[in-house]
Design a protein around this ligand. Sequence first.
Ligand SMILES: NC(=O)C1=CN([C@@H]2O[C@H](COP(=O)(O)OP(=O)(O)OC[C@H]3O[C@@H](n4cnc5c(N)ncnc54)[C@H](OP(=O)(O)O)[C@@H]3O)[C@@H](O)[C@H]2O)C=CC1
Ligand SMILES: O=C(O)[C@@H]1CCC=N1
Length: 266
Amino acid sequence: MKIGFIGVGNMSSAIIKGLLAVDFVKPADIYVHSGTKSKYEAFAKEYGLTTCESNSEVVQSADYVMLGIKPYILTDILKEIKETVRQENVILISMVTGISLAEMQADLENDDAKIVRIMPNVNVEINEGMTALKPNKAVKESEFQDTVDIFTALGQVIELPEKDFSIFVALAGSSPAFIYFFIDSLARAGVKYGLTKKQADQIVAQAVLGSAKKVLTTDKTPFELVDDVCSPGGTTIAGLLALEEAGFMTSVVKAVDATVQKDQNK
Ligand SMILES: NC(=O)C1=CN([C@@H]2O[C@H](COP(=O)(O)OP(=O)(O)OC[C@H]3O[C@@H](n4cnc5c(N)ncnc54)[C@H](OP(=O)(O)O)[C@@H]3O)[C@@H](O)[C@H]2O)C=CC1
Ligand SMILES: O=C(O)[C@@H]1CCC=N1
């Protein structure tokens, strides 16, 4: 399988590193092109990837082409590659937030163009990603299965209707930033009490990792797990009530609301 990337920024490079880590494809079977030649050439050289001279050349070279570009340039890029897309049996995989399959087909002026809309997160780099996928009608079952296989190699996958992509962005696409921020805040409190930041980061990250694994492996709900940690009259309930007095759950929901709103106003 040959996989192309139009745009090799934070998200595409995380996907590439994750794929190479599990030998999903040979480095030379990954084709890249981005906005700045010096940047994508240096990245390609470091990982042994194949460079292309244009976005259209990526479409000519690869079977599956990921669109790893910002929403505001997607229309221009689709117009740039639309003739090549017509000529090649290529499957486009768009990770671009807020742009529907129908909008992309319209930009390509081609309802037969094969497109899978996805929403990954940066943790694909360590093969612990969470990716949502939705193919358009033109994508064959075997082609969609290939796309699912790519992202299964990079973590967990879920097929979702497009109407759920905005909330998925908040819960999985953007949430690593919220979770890193939570980890940093908790660790910083550790520094306030005399730990080094390095010690505190490690302690908190392991606590978050263990808690996430527990949620994924138990039949209990997260709320029941909260109860299990809160000893009557103990330290945890004191901390938990202070967290809620400061509006923890409301803050989290507000973050999700803002993320969803931004995604829908792209
Ligand atoms: N970052 C994340 O965690 C996630 C991002 N996404 C989505 O992925 C997409 C990419 O995001 P991200 O990787 O963070 O963004 P970056 O800004 O890191 O990367 C954008 C890429 O687009 C390239 N680019 C700009 N102009 C062109 C052009 N004319 N032709 C080809 N490539 C071009 C840039 O090239 P250069 O730098 O060489 O100029 C760069 O490689 C966005 O739509 C985002 O919403 C989705 C899920 C998670
Ligand atoms: O911030 C963004 O717009 C992208 C989408 C999800 C994560 N990063």
